[in-house]
Structure formats: C-alpha cells, structure tokens
Write a protein that binds this ligand. Structure first.
Ligand code: HEC
Length: 167
C-alpha cells in the first residue's frame, strides 16, 4: 500500500516540479527582458556645467539663452509646426519624464513620435548623431538645475511613472 501511494506521489511530483522549474525560468526571463527594456533615466552625478555649455551651443538658438523658448510657442505655423517651447517652468518640459525628454532630444520630434507609432512633423531636430547619450543627459541635468525644487519634484514623479509603465 505504502509503495503504491509512494509511486503515485512520485508520478505526481515529477511533472509538478518540472512545471514549477519551467515557471521559474519563464519568470526570470520576463524579469531580465523587462530590465533591458527599462526606460532611460537620468544617471546620478551628471556634469551640469558641461550641460550648460552644450545647451548654449546646441539648444539656445531655438529654446532661448535663458530657456525662455520662442515667441508664441503655443501657436503652430501654417505648416502645423510649433515653435520651440521654453524649458523653464512656464513651458511643459517638466511635464515629461526623463525617458521622453531624452528620446525627444536623441531622435528629434519626428523620430520620437514615430517610435510611438505617430506621424508628426516637428521643428525639434534629432541630436543622436551630434551628441552622445552622456552629453544629452548633461544638457537635461543643466535644464533641471534651473528649476526650483517643486518643479524638479513634479518632474521626478513623471519619471517614476514612466519607469513603472515601462515606457
Ligand atoms: C531648430 C530649433 C531647435 C533646436 C536647435 C533645439 N530644439 Fe528642442 N524643440 C524644438 C521645437 C520646435 C520643439 C517643439 C516640439 C515639437 O513641436 O515637436 C522642441 C521640443 C523639445 C523637447 C520636448 C518638448 C518639451 O516639452 O520641452 C525637448 C526635450 C527639447 N526640445 C530639447 C532640446 C535640446 C536638449 C536641444 C539641444 C540639444 C534642443 N531641443 C534644440 C526646436 C529646437
């Protein structure tokens, strides 16, 4: 009797433990896939002074020497293209998390929207060929350094939401 039920138990346990091992492997795969696809996020200790110099060279001509943006930036021209928005608190840069700001700068407005499956004409050029990822983060760190704590905190919340959503 004991032998019989022992065998039954064995037959039952083998497929279950195989299945469990399979589940564990699947789970690990999902975790590592998720980690590699994590949205980009501002690295710690980025060089703000370098970002300020790069901003003056590459961004100020459109977004303004004092991050004030172009005049009437909320109004599109006849081609449907918007002027450059301010990066200070009067604009909407801080409404976006790090991943969006980084991608918009790296791929340009058209490229960033295309990555979301949207067809959009944009006056924001792509900088992925001109600037390294590190330099883009430096510029973004400089822009953030000009904000007050409250705006910086609100933007950080958007970044956390992006990380949780995974995009
Ligand atoms: C030729 C003009 C031009 C230059 C130079 C330029 N931008 Fe822009 N940028 C724009 C325009 C126009 C938009 C408006 C968004 C749109 O319509 O796609 C924009 C939008 C953005 C946005 C997203 C929108 C937002 O809410 O702020 C970011 C981020 C940005 N620019 C960063 C930069 C950075 C960083 C640089 C310098 C490396 C730069 N831009 C240089 C024209 C420019």
């Amino acid at each position: 009797m004991a032998g019989k039920s022992g065998n039954r138990l064995k037959r039952f346990l083998i497929p279950v433990s195989g299945g469990l091992a399979g589940l564990v492997v699947l789970g690990a795969l999902q975790i590592s896939e998720h980690a590699s696809a994590a949205p980009p996020k501002q690295p710690e200790g980025t060089d703000i002074a370098a970002g300020q110099r790069l901003y003056a060279e590459y961004c100020a001509s459109c977004h303004g020497a004092n991050l004030e943006g172009q005049e009437n930036w909320q109004i599109a021209n006849e081609d449907g293209i918007f002027p450059a928005p301010p990066h200070d608190r009067s604009g909407h840069t801080w409404h976006h998390g790090d991943a969006l700001l980084f991608t918009y700068t790296k791929l340009g407005g058209k490229g960033a929207m295309a990555a979301q499956g949207l067809d959009f004409e944009s006056g924001m050029p792509e900088f992925g060929e001109t600037l390294s990822d590190q330099q883009i983060w430096e510029i973004l760190a400089y822009i953030k350094s000009t904000w007050d704590d409250r705006v910086r905190e609100m933007q950080a919340v958007r970044t956390e939401a992006e990380q949780l959503r995974g995009n």
